[in-house]
Design a protein around this ligand. Sequence first.
Ligand SMILES: [Zn+2]
Length: 164
Amino acid sequence: MSHREPSLELVPSGGRRRLLRAETPALLVERVAAALGHEASPGRLTAEGGLLACLACGHPELYTQRDFPRPVGITIVVLAAVLAPFTSYVSLFVAALLDAALYHLAPAVVVCYACHARHRGLQPSPRHPAFDREIEERLLYGKRAVMGKPMRPGGTADAPEPEH
Ligand SMILES: [Zn+2]
């Protein structure tokens, strides 16, 4: 995934998505700061260009998911279902394999729990685990959260994968 150009996709609620790119992670930090009108915060990256906190809002909790476009997956499934009667349902099997293969080949995208900004092309270490409902719940509902769990020191960097 490090061969991809570092980029940040801003996902403002109700606003338009915006993609910022740069040649290196350090340049991306500067570009984001200029775009958002705040001071550059180099502390959000490790020396190697790994992500310690969201480049957009500075929140230290992020999750990693596969960057697999959902419309592609849905198209494959629909196509397989349409073809199923003509292929003795072999198309469904092929679609499942194709889906799994594409999913595993898809590069990672690291998403901020707080502002949903999507980071691509940064170093894979520190690693942020997969999505954790308990973290999202705490951020949404605070003390009223049913399943919320407290933030780890340092956020999600190199945190263990959620058990559920
Ligand atoms: Zn953020």
